[in-house]
Design a protein around this ligand. Structure first.
Ligand code: GLC
Ligand code: CA
Length: 569
């Protein structure tokens, strides 16, 4: 039964239809274009796609301001195209997750227009109003520096409305049973059209108590269970992946002690401390974050990511740690955003150095959870800092060295394709990289294939093995009597480390042999039972912990690749 939990070991790829592939030459990506790229994604090894919002929207926050939850924005295609797409994905064994943005609507949503125009409207209580300006109207902004307040006066309504995000995104009154019923209806609708679940936007705000009199927003966690129950009833294998950048001590409130709330959450704690480790070569805070976020129900899973469509939020680091990451990866004011983050893409942050990109990716694929890739990162795409806020990292996918990177035939793409310089489409594109065996694209494809052969990462328990060197992280996973072990060197210099695998009892012998899954360079423990490994600058190793019986079986089978992955299921 438990093997059915597909999300425990999925390879998730996030993209926006708008910037992926334009099929009809109007400069805007669309579902038909995306469909033509499904074989590319399948070839890469992707097993699930997370789509950013594609519903009808005035597009003032890249679709996170929805004006109709039950419609495909005509710029991207029709319902017919959408269903063809989910079907085509399914044929290739790829699931589709979509964004569920129900903390707020667009201020152009008919519900809001109706609500503001008439105090007796049935939609009035779908939003949060106040007759007077609330005292804390200038507090709690999610986009400080850009967003001025959380309450704005509405002329027609002659009242103030609450908006946790931009002023054109009025918050829905999610405590209202009619709003909750509508959220279920939205989920049920898209499930019916072929999706396998939702990336739920802004979860802590969705479930927070809202209102002019609310001083400290308290979370109504019970709502999460209701979402899950509804989904499970409609379609048993669908999931909710929550965006909740919260303190580790609250994780279990989101997962539910009984595993009855969110199926997945993004691990923002590990994400931020991972960037700190990459910046400082000190893995200790990362290890702490991993240990702090270890508790989760068997059916719960973390989403592991490097960069997403938003800024790299460093708000959970100490001031000193954040300064270190800023200095290393975003020293210019223009690279930073909202007083807490960096808006760049991964490749420019790491100086385009393939060793460091591989290290970062290798970590994302082997930290405890399910990896979530951002489109374009597999070819090392860059950013365009001349674009405002987060849009700098949302430029069109670079497919080839044809004009506009092969993204569109139009001369007016909705957002300029990165051109010229080290990250221009002329050099960085999928077509060129496909032809080079050592390109980041082909490396990513190979590492994904191997990741699928180590299900221990998704299912197993991890332990961090002490090497005495804070620059080197060694993690072991155990699952069903199999173990795998990963070594990562965050340092710009080679390091020599010694460690014992740490298995006991019958398995102790196994720990003496480490089979390298990525090369022929295996490791045998010395007389003291310890492995002595010299690992190059920014190096990484993937090992299967194998005993003598493993070698014997290999010989009996007449050799065969040492990289053979899972030993049993
Ligand atoms: C989430 C999204 C972000 C969006 C915001 C408002 O934080 O990740 O992109 O702007 O919600 O919907
Ligand atoms: Ca188009």
């Amino acid at each position: 039964m438990i093997n059915d939990l597909w999300y425990k070991n999925a390879i998730i790829y996030s993209l926006s239809v708008a910037t992926f592939m334009d099929s009809n030459g109007d400069g805007i990506g669309d579902f038909v274009g995306l469909m033509r790229r499904l074989d590319y994604l399948q070839g890469l090894g992707v097993t699930a796609i997370w789509l950013m919002p594609f519903q009808v929207s005035p597009q003032r926050d890249d679709g996170y301001d929805i004006a109709d939850y039950y419609g495909v924005d005509p710029r991207y295609g029709t319902f017919g195209d959408f269903v063809e797409f989910t079907h085509a994905a399914k044929q290739r064994g790829i699931r589709v997750l979509i964004d569920l943005v129900v903390n707020h609507t667009s201020n152009e949503h008919p519900w809001f227009l109706d609500a503001r125009g008439d105090p007796s409207s049935k939609y009035r209580d779908w939003y949060i109003w106040s007759d007077t300006r609330p005292a804390d109207a200038n507090k709690g902004m999610v986009f400080p520096g850009v967003q001025k307040s959380t309450w704005t006066y509405e002329e027609t309504a002659k009242a103030w409305y609450f908006h946790r995000f931009y002023d054109f995104q009025p918050d829905l009154n999610t405590a209202n049973p009619a709003v909750q019923a509508e959220i279920f209806k939205i989920m049920g609708f898209w499930i019916q059209l072929g999706v396998s679940g939702f990336r739920m936007d802004a979860v802590p705000f969705v479930i927070a108590k809202k209102g002019a009199d609310v001083r400290r927003p308290t979370e109504q966690y019970a709502m999460l269970r209701e979402f899950r129950e509804f989904l499970q009833w409609r379609q048993g294998d669908s999931i909710v992946l929550g965006e909740a950048n919260v303190l580790a001590k609250n994780d279990m409130e989101y997962f539910g002690d009984a595993g009855d709330r969110l199926h997945m959450m993004f691990n923002f704690q590990v994400n931020q401390h991972l960037f700190y480790a990459l910046a400082s070569a000190d893995t200790r805070p990362l290890v702490k974050a991993m240990e702090a976020t270890k508790p989760r129900p068997v059916t719960g899973q973390w989403g592991m990511f490097l960069r997403n469509h938003d800024e790299l939020d460093l708000g959970r680091l100490t001031d000193a740690q954040r300064r270190t990451v800023f200095a290393a990866f975003g020293p210019d004011k223009d690279m930073q955003l909202y007083d807490r983050g960096i808006r760049r893409r991964l490749a420019p942050m790491l100086g385009g150095d393939q060793r460091r990109l591989e290290l970062a990716y290798s970590l994302m694929f082997t930290l405890p959870g399910t990896p979530v890739i951002r489109y374009g990162d597999e070819i090392g795409m860059g950013d365009d800092l001349s674009l405002p806020e987060r849009t700098c990292a949302r430029t069109p996918m670079q497919w080839s060295n044809e004009p506009h990177g092969g993204f569109t035939k139009s001369d007016k793409p909705l957002s300029p394709v990165i051109s010229g310089g080290p990250y221009g489409y002329e050099h960085i594109n999928a077509a060129i990289q496909r032809r080079h065996p050592d390109s980041l694209l082909n490396w990513t494809e190979r590492i994904i294939r191997m990741r699928k052969e180590v299900p221990e990462v998704g299912w197993g328990d991890f332990s961090v093995i002490d090497t005495g060197d804070r620059a080197v992280l060694v993690i072991r996973y155990d699952w069903r009597n199999n173990s795998v072990l990963f070594v990562h060197n965050f340092h710009a210099e080679p390091r020599e480390i010694a460690f014992a695998v740490g298995l006991t009892g019958d398995n102790a012998e196994h720990g003496k042999l480490l089979i390298n899954l990525l090369s022929e360079d295996h490791s045998r423990a010395g007389g003291n039972g310890k492995h002595q490994i010299v690992i190059e600058a920014y190096g990484y190793r993937w090992y299967r912990v194998g005993g003598l019986d493993y070698l014997l079986r290999r010989t009996e089978a007449g050799g065969g690749p040492a990289g053979t992955g899972a030993r049993s299921g």
